[in-house]
Design a protein around this ligand. Structure first.
Ligand code: GUN
Length: 297
């Protein structure tokens, strides 16, 4: 039997419609529109597409937004000056610096310069720390936050389940492992964080998953033999691979061998149309939350 395909695009549209309503109510109450500023350095094609999509979604949600673009020649101290001004600007509630940054700029220094209350990416050590502690006001990074909302809306309760996350990135692997392990109603999972260190034992680990989250950034790395029958498979991969049939010469594909794995799993997210749209919806949700917190205080 073929797996249920989880429609991330549809769930994200629902969430975005709700946020649009909440933003309108916030405006009616305060006369303020949530405002997000995107920082884009250089001309990385994927980054340009991501930022354009995030700007478009912000517009549709009724947010105020602006994208500041800079040449790759911008210095670290110039970029830090831009961030300091935006941190001090009361009208700006959210600040997102698209990664990756050029090699001559220290990414950690930039992320640590963004005020934690405006860091809707959840990359500042204050937000990372609070997420791990599980208390206080923080922002969870958008992709892991989107996976949590997706599980909830699909009525997949991770409590007591064995979740195996493959990939230990700071953007996805580590934070989703922390979120799912939290003592909270829709979390409370037993989590294994697998990575390249597993070597030949990787399949042994992935096969023991009730819920498998693939976030290693390797096209089609999760094959059918690595998945236990009936498991739920969440594919976070966003890999661009050559495809001569496409006008662009490439197409997007996940970390999971979708066609084969869907015959083994009970539910699976596609790429595109799975986790990706949820990430953008969470940029909006976190921005609205940032505005609500800042206007309240
Ligand atoms: N580059 C790849 N993913 C992300 C993300 O979630 N946020 C930012 N700022 N940059 C990224």
């Amino acid at each position: 039997m073929s797996a249920r395909i989880i429609d991330g695009k549809r769930i994200a549209e629902e969430v975005r419609a709700e946020i649009k309503e909440q933003a309108a109510a916030f405006f009616a109450r305060t006369g303020i529109r949530p405002r997000i500023v995107f920082l884009l350095v250089g001309e990385n094609p994927a980054s340009m597409v991501y930022v354009r999509n995030k700007g478009k979604s912000s517009e549709e949600a009724g947010f105020s937004h602006e994208t500041l673009t800079f040449p790759t020649t911008i210095t670290e101290s110039e970029l830090l000056d831009v961030i300091a001004k935006l941190n001090a600007d009361k009208a700006t509630h959210a600040l997102l610096c698209q990664l990756p940054l050029p090699k001559h700029i220290n990414e950690d220094r930039i992320l640590e310069a963004i005020a934690p209350e405006k860091d809707i990416d959840g990359f500042h050590p204050m937000n990372v720390g609070r997420l791990l502690i599980g208390r206080g006001e923080y922002f969870a990074p958008c992709t892991p936050a989107g996976i949590m909302v997706m599980l909830e809306r699909e009525k997949i309760n991770a409590s007591g389940k064995h979740v195996v996350v493959v990939g230990r990135s700071n953007i996805v692997g580590k934070p989703i492992a922390a979120l799912l392990a939290q003592k909270a109603p829709n979390a409370n999972a037993v989590v294994t964080l697998a990575h390249t260190g597993a070597g030949k034992r990787l399949t042994e680990f992935t096969r023991s998953a009730d819920i498998l989250i693939a976030a290693m950034g390797v096209p089609h790395a999760i094959t059918a033999d690595m998945v236990s029958p009936g498991a739920i498979v969440i594919d976070v991969g966003m890999n661009s691979i050559p495809d001569a049939t496409k006008k662009s010469g490439s197409r997007l594909t996940g970390d999971v061998d979708f066609d084969a794995v869907k015959e083994v799993a009970s539910a699976i997210t596609p790429v595109p149309g799975g986790v990706g749209p949820m990430t953008i919806a969470m940029v909006l949700r976190n921005t609205l939350t940032a505005a609500e917190r800042q206007v309240r205080s």
